[in-house]
Design a protein around this ligand. Sequence first.
Ligand SMILES: [Zn+2]
Length: 250
Amino acid sequence: MTRKGWLVVAAAAAVLLTGVLGVYLYNRYAPSPGRWALFRELHTDRELFERYAIRPGMRCDGAPFAFPTHGVILGLWNQSYRFGHTHTGLDIFSGTQPGITPIYAAYPGYLTRLDDWQSTVIIRVPSDPLEPGRQIWTYYTHMANVDGESFVSDQFPPGTSEVYVEEGTFLGYMGNYSGDPGAPTGLHLHFSVVKDDGEGDFLNETRITNTYDPTLYFNMTVDHQKNRNDVPMCEGVMTFEDWDLVGVDE
Ligand SMILES: [Zn+2]
């Protein structure tokens, strides 16, 4: 081929590559208007909220995990909120105020709260219900107000280690603490399923590769790459656990 011919081929390849990359980046980082468009209204329109909200103790179609709180899932696993970020869990919004909406254990296990955790607990599940014998961890955070005043249950003070909790145990109230009082999160529960390091400890939860897709644990499509627009809902039979609920949240 002539030099000119090669140049044409190279230019065509560059255009193609740019296109493919563009599509990839768009799909990866474009906001999902369908779901997030509800964000504001959910906080002002209680009827709309209830249409999408899931209640604590709800179990979808034989799922191993029950739903840990009363709220709407807007943030999904494997969703990018901003460039370079990939979300590691579910963000469940209650649309109330900090310190009002109770959070319960979605699955039994051994609860730990490290000394410096104001808003977080983690529960060790010795045998993954989806893969028996494998140890996993369930992680619950943002249970404090904007200044870091904790909403975690008094039953689990800082330094709590390996306390057995049944499914449905009250863990604390939903908050908006981010770790930085100057930049609170929106009021929500962040819940994730965290991998074990193989030596009995949990891995760093902020990296997606250290977490599992919660889809099969809840039997709801909560992988953003498979559900870009819809609010995840239970599509099968819904059952409710007879939990000892801590008041109401509205
Ligand atoms: Zn989150």
